[in-house]
Write a protein that binds this ligand. Structure first.
Ligand SMILES: Cc1ncc(COP(=O)(O)O)c(C=O)c1O
Length: 366
């Protein structure tokens, strides 16, 4: 059995992690601020990093809480806002861990169709008008996980209008924003909201620096951040100061910009190779090529059994995540391919194995 080629993990391959830069940032962090790097710190995070993030978003530091990865930020936010039976809107499909987190808290989850230019805002309006106003709408605006689609400027504005009109909070979950390798940059909904408090924003250094750092953050209204800070204090006193101090040095010493350039160049090449290989080897597959991020959503003909494809693919040494994992129902003929964790030289072989697995299934009769 050949080594598995994994299109499953939403993580960078080791060749695009700046190990030497991180080692230098770690040494600089201990030299520049030994006390801050080794102490408990505070529950809002390493203060210089908090201030740096606030400046990036044009807000005061009181709007920012730095956490152990943005997953922790999501969990705190859900703990604070979502109780059993609360209606919550997510995109259809959406990030599997968001679904799990909301299910675990007993939320009444409403999945609203994700289109090529983002969530179907007309369907969200109909849902609100029918009397189901969510407490929270979870939106992944850039290079969505799992679909790779990006929310258009028009729909960003429409979502803000809906949030204001019906009184729900938009949770803008945006870890991929910096990984744009094609097309035009768009403003965040946090920015477009101009401080009205309709948006709470999360992002992360996992996709730009490395996931092992576990550094992410929330930006929101100071009263919301203060309330969540209370949960953070009771959970862990303070997040990991080692990691945050190193990430801070990496940011201010130019490592972050270099790292983003490396990741973008690699992923642009990988997506180009991936789409070319699919067109050549698996012409039945349809997709919308992403302009950034880590993922591409692939749809196979109606009637394809993605669970059977998953098994056949594993037997041939290729992995992906089944579309069904990102939905409450449906998705049997779709899959998520992550091109972040494969190197360019693995892509052709990986797609050949996938195509071979697909051809091994009983023909689709739909
Ligand atoms: C949409 C989305 N939100 C949050 C996360 C979690 O990121 P972190 O590593 O910062 O916890 C991910 C990771 O894949 C993600 O895709």
């Amino acid at each position: 059995m050949p080594d598995t080629i994994s299109f499953a993990r939403g993580a960078p391959s080791l060749d695009i992690v700046d190990i030497e830069g991180l080692k230098a940032a770690a040494a600089a962090a201990f030299d520049a601020d030994p006390g801050g790097t080794t102490g408990y710190g505070t529950s809002v995070g390493y203060l210089p990093l908090r201030t740096w993030i606030a400046a990036q978003h044009g807000v005061a530091p009181e709007h920012v809480l730095v956490t152990n990865g943005s997953m922790q930020a999501d969990a705190f936010l859900f703990d604070h806002l979502v109780s059993d039976g609360d209606p919550v809107v997510v995109e259809k499909p959406t990030y599997d861990r968001t679904l799990l987190g909301l299910k675990g808290r007993g939320a009444d989850i409403h999945m609203v169709e994700l289109e090529g230019d983002g969530i179907d805002t007309a369907a969200l309006r109909s849902l609100c008008e029918s009397g189901t106003v969510p407490k929270l709408a979870h939106i992944i605006p850039n290079f969505q996980n799992p679909a790779g689609y990006t929310l258009s400027l028009e729909k960003r504005r429409e979502l803000l209008v809906l949030a204001e009109e019906f009184g729900f909070l938009i949770f803008e979950d945006d870890p991929y924003i910096a990984i744009r390798f094609a097309g035009e940059e768009l403003p965040t909904m946090l920015e477009l909201d101009e401080g009205k408090g309709n948006v709470v924003y999360a992002s992360s250094f996992s996709k730009t620096v490395c996931p092992g750092a576990r550094v992410g953050y929330l930006v929101g209204a100071p009263d919301l951040i203060k309330a969540i800070q209370g949960i953070a204090t009771n959970t862990y006193i303070a997040p990991n100061m080692f990691a945050q101090s190193i990430v801070y040095r990496f940011c201010v010493d130019g490592g972050l910009d270099r790292s983003i350039a490396t990741v973008k160049a690699a992923l642009a090449e990988r997506v180009q190779l991936l789409t070319a290989a699919l067109d050549r080897e698996l012409a039945e597959a349809t997709y919308q090529a992403p302009e950034g991020g880590y993922f591409m959503w692939v749809t196979l003909p109606e009637g394809t059994d993605v669970a059977a494809l998953f098994t056949a693919a594993a037997e041939r040494g290729v992995a992906f995540v089944k579309g069904t994992d990102f939905l409450l129902e449906g998705g049997e003929n779709s899959l998520r391919l992550a091109y972040s964790g494969v190197t360019a030289d693995q892509i052709d072989e990986g797609v050949s194995r996938l195509a071979d697995a697909y051809r091994s299934l009983s023909p689709v009769t739909a």
